[in-house]
Write a protein that binds this ligand. Sequence first.
Ligand SMILES: NC(=O)c1ccc[n+]([C@@H]2O[C@H](COP(=O)([O-])OP(=O)(O)OC[C@H]3O[C@@H](n4cnc5c(N)ncnc54)[C@H](OP(=O)(O)O)[C@@H]3O)[C@@H](O)[C@H]2O)c1
Length: 238
Amino acid sequence: MVICNLSRRLPEENISSKGQKAVNHFPCDLTDAAAVARTAATVQTFLVNTLPAGRILLINNSGFGAFGHFPEPHLPRQLAMIDLNIRAVVHLTGLLLPLLRTRGGVIINVASTVAFQPTAYAATYGASKAFVLHWTLALNEELRGTGVSALALCPGTTTTDFFEAAGVGPGATVPALSMTSDAVVDAAFRALAAGSALVVPGWKNKLLTFFSAKLPKPLVTRIAAKILARLRLKGGTP
Ligand SMILES: NC(=O)c1ccc[n+]([C@@H]2O[C@H](COP(=O)([O-])OP(=O)(O)OC[C@H]3O[C@@H](n4cnc5c(N)ncnc54)[C@H](OP(=O)(O)O)[C@@H]3O)[C@@H](O)[C@H]2O)c1
C-alpha cells in the first residue's frame, strides 16, 4: 500500500516500524486552487510510476471550522473555509476521478453530524458539511456500475486538534459525547466493507442525526443554535 498525503505540514506519524517512510507527503495548501491542480498532477504521476496498478482510496479529510456570529472571526477565514471544505473536495475529486475510474476505487469525503441541520454560530461550517454530505451521496449514485463508489463519513465530536483550530477552548466539548479518531476510522472502514454510502460513527451520533433529519428545519435550527451558543460562550471565541 502506498500512502500519499496532501496537506500543508508533514504528518507526525511518518515513519513506519521498519524505519521506512510510511507516508509520501505532497505539501499543498488546499485553499489555493492553483496548488491543488499542480499537486494533483504530481500525485497522479507519482502513483502511475510507483504503483502502475491497484485500486485507489481517495480520502478528502482536510477541513476546519469557526464559531461565532457571522462573519467572525473574519470574512477571509469564512471564505477560506469554503475553499477548503467544499471547493478543494470537488476540485481534487474531479481531477483524480479519471484515474479512479481506470483503476477502480473509493472516495471517502469527511462531512460531519453538523451536516444534518443548520448550525447558527457555525453557519458556514455546517453548510459546508451539508454540501459535502449531499454532494457525496449524489456522486455515489452517479458512479453506480463504474467500479468507483463514494462514502460520506459524518463523525460527531472527535478528539483531534479541530476545536483548537476553530478557536474554541478546551472544555467546550463533552467528553462523554466524544469519540477517538481511531474509532471513527474503524467505523469508516466497516462502512466501506458493507458498501454503504453514508456512515455516522457511534450510536449517540446516529440518534442525534436521526432526529435532526426528521424535525422541521426551523425547529432543529433553533435547538442547534441553543446548544452551539453554549459552546461559543464556553469556548470564549472572538
Ligand atoms: N474533530 C471533530 O470533532 C470533527 C467532527 C466532524 C467532522 N470533522 C472533520 O474531520 C476532518 C478532519 O479534521 P480533524 O478533526 O482531524 O481536525 P484537525 O486535527 O484540525 O485536522 C485538520 C486537517 O486539515 C488539514 N488542513 C487544514 N487546513 C488545510 C489547508 N489549507 N490545506 C491542506 N490541508 C489543510 C490539516 O493538515 P495541515 O495542517 O498539514 O495542512 C489537518 O490534517 C475535517 O474535515 C473536519 O471538518 C471533525
